[in-house]
Design a protein around this ligand. Structure first.
Ligand code: FAD
Ligand code: EPU
Length: 347
């Protein structure tokens, strides 16, 4: 069914809507081109009758099977400058805009801040959900406002940065996954910005490229080069990026672990008395890197990335994830948790 502002398809394949490339169908797919029409589309009887699941590009989900729900996808587009000030610019991006496209657009417009977040797959609408982060930067540092339809209040809301409750791979949206349908984000991008090159690999990459006085574009190019080497391209090999979050432990727990595993990489966490430890290192230590059984496996280039070599099902990928987490628990006494949203299964 086609109406102004949205399109509805019954029994729709989700193969192209999840980067694991798992075969699954949705009872119906509702694509929103014009977010102003969202309340009307949500009021359709076939939508109100069942459950609703929002997807962006499906780069952070694992579909355990068919989805007996209306899958809502934002296809609304548009990037605009809302305000130019002496020290910053406010930029608005519609939920359906590809995230990397926004990063490139900001750099082309002389704005900095997002360079370390280059090449992260997915949509702008999904970027606040897990507060996307890479190379020492998280999107929550720049988000000023998130515009959303609040399904609890049945009304439009504009959440400011504090209300978003951003944390490591966390936000109010992740905590209340059924509540908010994000239609746009507004970012405050500084004009004068100190480039962040302290994350391992960036300075070395810039040096190897012969860059002496790096610009934001140079940092983005360095990040793109590192990512392209380490992370499999989902178009070539199905994956959802890091399958596990890096666990956060107390300083005391880390000290005990380091007595047995002195090489375990340890990073600062948001709280002074906590540290983040490398899940990739622990998984590699347990021997999983490059493992494959059937079509479900672990990437050869990165131990944190589960991959679908062809026709692995969501259930097979999930079973492998459980085996990996059990062996990490046994070896390190550390529980690791999935980063992607599991759809149709519980962890
Ligand atoms: P989806 O996977 O479709 O959805 C993710 C979650 O957001 C779901 O819960 C969904 O319901 C919800 N959601 C999506 N859109 C909306 C909306 N408009 N309103 C409300 N809820 C919504 N992530 C990082 O943080 N850092 C990385 O470096 C990184 N690297 C990656 C590398 C690869 C190769 C891959 C495949 C993934 C990587 N990811 C990374 C994960 C992923 O790119 C991000 O989580 C991204 O933000 C997901 O966007 P999406 O549009 O694909 O969302
Ligand atoms: N490492 C290993 N084996 C591996 C890979 C990494 O031992 O196979 C160790 C190395 O010591 C390495 C360290 O882990 O120095 C950290 O690796 P990396 O820099 O690749 O970072 P990560 O902690 O594995 C996190 C994010 C990524 C993000 C990168 C870069 C999480 C769960 N993952 O990965 O995000 O791109 O940092 O900032 O926080 C994602 O969320 O999907 C994602 C890809």
């Amino acid at each position: 069914m086609v109406a102004t502002g949205w399109t509805m398809t019954e029994n729709a394949s989700l193969l192209g809507l999840n980067t694991f490339h798992v075969q699954a169908h949705a009872a119906r797919l509702l694509e929103i081109q014009d977010s102003a029409q969202l309340p009307d589309a949500l009021a359709l009887p076939e939508v109100t009758a069942g459950e609703l699941l929002v997807l962006g590009s499906g780069s952070n989900v694992l579909l355990a099977g068919d989805v007996d729900a209306t899958v809502l996808v934002f296809a609304n587009q548009g990037i605009e400058i809302l305000e130019h000030r002496a020290d910053h610019t406010i930029v608005r991006a519609a939920a359906g805009v590809n995230w990397h496209k926004l990063v490139l657009w900001s750099l082309q417009h002389g704005l900095s801040g997002l360079e370390n977040l280059a090449l992260i797959p997915g949509t702008c609408g999904a970027s606040p959900i897990q507060n996307i982060g890479a190379y020492g930067v998280q999107v929550g540092e720049f988000i000023q406002t998130v515009e959303a339809w609040d399904r609890e209040a049945n009304d439009w809301v504009r959440l400011d940065n504090e209300q978003c409750a951003f944390g490591y791979r966390d936000s109010v949206f992740k905590q209340q996954p059924e509540r908010y349908l994000i239609t746009a984000i507004e970012l405050r991008l500084p004009l004068l910005h100190e480039l962040r090159m302290d994350y391992a690999g960036i300075a070395e990459e810039l040096q190897s490229q012969g860059v002496e006085l790096p610009s934001a574009v140079d940092v983005a190019n360095a990040v793109i080069a590192i990512r392209s080497r380490k992370l499999p391209d989902p178009n070539a090999l199905g994956n959802a990026g890091s399958f596990f979050k890096n666990p956060i432990l107390t300083v005391d727990q880390v000290e005990v672990l380091q007595q047995t595993f002195p090489d375990l990489p340890v990073y600062p966490a948001e709280r002074e008395d906590q540290r983040k430890v490398s899940a990739a290192w622990m998984i590699e230590h347990c021997g999983w890197k490059g493992f494959r059984e059937g079509d479900a496996g672990v990437a050869e280039s990165h131990a944190l990335v589960l991959v679908n070599h062809g026709t692995a099902t969501g259930a097979e990928l999930l079973a492998l994830a459980r085996r990996i987490s059990a062996s990490v628990l046994e070896t390190f006494s550390v529980a690791i948790e999935p980063e992607p949203r599991l759809i149709g299964a519980q962890w």
